[in-house]
Ligand binder design. Structure first.
Ligand code: DOR
Length: 424
């Protein structure tokens, strides 16, 4: 059916411009300041801002294998509510998508139940065990890249082989960087002043940046496209900035919690527990600076839902992972854009344009003939984040109870309205 979005605005050269969009068969078929209303559903957008649908290159949808935490249906409903029209799904599943047969199980579930586009990652190693390489060639046509997210690839030789193979297949290695030899037993939680005051076990920032350093050297040798997951330390940022200056095909993401929180914000509550941990104010500030100078390409949420019981053990015993899809835009807009720290265009590049460019995903332009994957933003909607209203089955977020000044008003994916705020 034809859809006419009326009374909205787009950003052109930094200025709002009123537009009307006609959508049919999943595409934008016309765009102008005034369209004829010749049939189809007319939706009034109340002067809200239309932007390309957000893309999250790092989510955990938990299906197959862990559907008590999240399903593809619930995770992608959360994505739609957060303004995302596409997500890249991490492979720490059961079975792990390390060959075509197990990937097929995930792809069948995506086909049947996803509310937005889902691009799966293939595992780098069989079972994400770090030993034998996964079947890269068989999975290559269907995956957006290769990752063992949740664990670093400990063997340098294995990572070199993975990069060589990924390079020939033209898809990136997407690395969770964590050198386990730098994590003494039990040292997996948070670092910094709060951890010391409360006698919490720490997490050496070197466990992240030393593996980033190792991998950048491997990129130099192999020429493989390489993307660093959830960067949390200032040292990793320096290494990635230098690699980019050398012209290496290196990119990275950070997450809203690393941009907005530091160890003095921690509470002994599972909703503050994730891997890598929230670090110091100096790390947080270096990440914001890196977003501004383009070292950080993407903001990804690392949406990692767990059950209430799994998150009930405080900072010491809860599982790692927080949900993020339904809070990312409101918290980032409120804390970074509204106070004038980060321009809206920079935030939108990190949420829309850069992820598509790096992962070669379709869409991203509001123009005739383009896919109708759109997000409509209400930049004046004050509200309080309440995790009990989430579509996600996961409820653990450090942003619960935050007062925010913006909301996602509507999400259109493949020409269909997949989320509408008024429909609550
Ligand atoms: O906090 C995290 N949770 N970090 C990861 O790397 C994995 C993720 C998960 O799967 O729960």
């Amino acid at each position: 059916m034809k859809l006419l979005l009326t009374g909205g605005a787009v950003l052109r050269d930094g200025k709002r411009q009123p537009v009307e969009l006609a959508i049919s068969e999943g595409r934008i078929i016309s765009i102008s300041s005034s369209l004829s209303r010749d049939g189809g559903a007319v939706i009034e957008l109340h002067n809200h801002l239309i932007v390309p649908g957000f893309v999250d290159v790092h989510v955990h949808l938990r299906q197959p294998g862990f559907s008590y935490k999240e399903t593809i249906a619930s995770g992608t409903a959360a994505a739609a509510a957060g303004g995302y029209t596409a997500v890249c799904a991490m492979p720490n599943l059961k079975p792990v998508p390390d060959c075509l047969e197990s990937l097929q199980i995930q792809m069948d579930a995506i086909e049947k139940t996803a509310n937005v586009h889902v691009y799966p990652y293939g595992a780098i190693t069989r079972g994400e065990k770090g030993e034998t390489l996964a079947d890269f060639a068989a999975m290559a046509p269907y995956v957006c890249g290769w990752s063992d997210d949740g664990r670093g690839v400990q063997s340098e030789e294995r990572m070199r082989q993975a990069m060589e193979r990924a390079k020939t297949l033209g898809k990136p290695i997407v690395a969770h960087c964590e050198d386990e030899s730098l994590l003494t037993a039990g040292w997996r939680v948070h670092d910094g002043a709060y951890a010391q005051r409360h006698n919490l076990p720490g997490n050496d920032p070197a466990s992240e940046w030393r593996q980033v350093e190792r991998d950048i050297q491997l990129v130099r040798e192999t020429g493989c496209r390489y993307h660093v997951c959830h960067v949390s330390t200032k040292e990793s940022i320096c290494l990635i900035r230098a690699a980019k200056a050398d012209g290496l095909p290196v990119s990275c993401e950070t997450a809203p919690h690393y941009l907005l929180l530091c160890d003095s914000d921690l509470q002994d509550d599972g909703r503050f527990k994730m891997n890598p941990p929230i670090r110091t104010a100096a790390d947080r500030d270096a990440l914001v600076e890196a977003l501004m100078d383009g070292t950080v390409d993407c903001i990804a949420t690392d949406h990692a839902p767990h059950s209430a019981a799994e998150k009930a053990g405080g900072l010491r015993r809860s599982l790692n992972g927080i949900v993020g899809l339904e809070t990312a835009f409101p918290v980032l807009y409120t804390k970074l854009v509204k106070p004038g720290i980060v321009p809206l265009e920079t935030l939108l590049n990190a949420l829309c344009a850069n992820p598509r460019r790096l992962f070669h995903l379709p869409g991203g332009e509001i123009a005739e003939g383009q896919p109708a994957d759109l997000t409509v933003l209400d930049l004046e909607r004050s509200h309080v984040i309440n995790s009990s209203n989430f579509r996600s089955m996961g409820r653990s977020t450090p942003f619960d109870g935050w007062k925010v000044d913006a909301a996602v008003y509507m999400t259109v994916c493949g020409g269909k309205i997949v989320y509408q705020e008024d429909a609550e």
